[in-house]
Design a protein around this ligand. Sequence first.
Ligand code: 3QA
Length: 231
Amino acid sequence: MKIAVMGAMPEEIAPILEKLETYLTIEYAGNKYYEGSYNGIDVVVAYSKIGKVFSTLTATTLIEHFGCEKLLFSGVAGAINSELKVGDLIVATKLSQHDLDITAFGHPYGYVPEGAVYVEANRELIDISKDVAQSLGKKVREGIIATGDQFVANEERKNWIGDTFGADALEMEGGSVAVVCDALNVPFFILRAISDAADMDASFSFDEFLETSAVESAEFVMKMLEVIATK
Ligand code: 3QA
């Protein structure tokens, strides 16, 4: 079993690489991929760079070139749901692309022909996350994540995304990774720790909490790997 562990920014995978004793660095398709093992499972770790296009390329490469059979994403997100505070964890039940818009033709936001507004994440992996949360005594919220090529720092835009997609959090990669994994039949899991509230203070909050929230998410994902290793 080979598992992909991916983030978007270097800060999101640094705490993951720290937990691997040794790894090999492979340069491919304009990016670096780190191959190692954790508790006896082969892992390939990478950060894609920011946004839907880079994350699509990286997820596809992890699966098609490196042969990963499951994909776990770890990173940070902006909160939409006001119950989510900085540092809180959210697991995506399903994901959508909030910036995909052919509504001029009568289609709903996030929809294109032969696509779907939402892509569902793997239930078994979500269930494992519940067990892990319980064993760590941590709260993990299940919710909808909306993805787009935009750092949202605007209350109005955030509320529109929340209302239109029923989304609890937003970021810039999960929805595209979901499309790739769904198309290639690879079970996937998207975890995010909140770094900001996608409002006018978002960029300051993001800068302040990127590292600590990234660690929250990464440590949780590594615990999930430990459980997956026993299955
Ligand atoms: C933001 C990162 C991108 O990979 C998506 C963080 C947290 N808060 C968000 C928000 N809107 C959208 N996404 C997010 N990630 C990249 S911009 C900062 C780059 O700094 C999730 C996320 N409010 C680089 C230094 O110049």
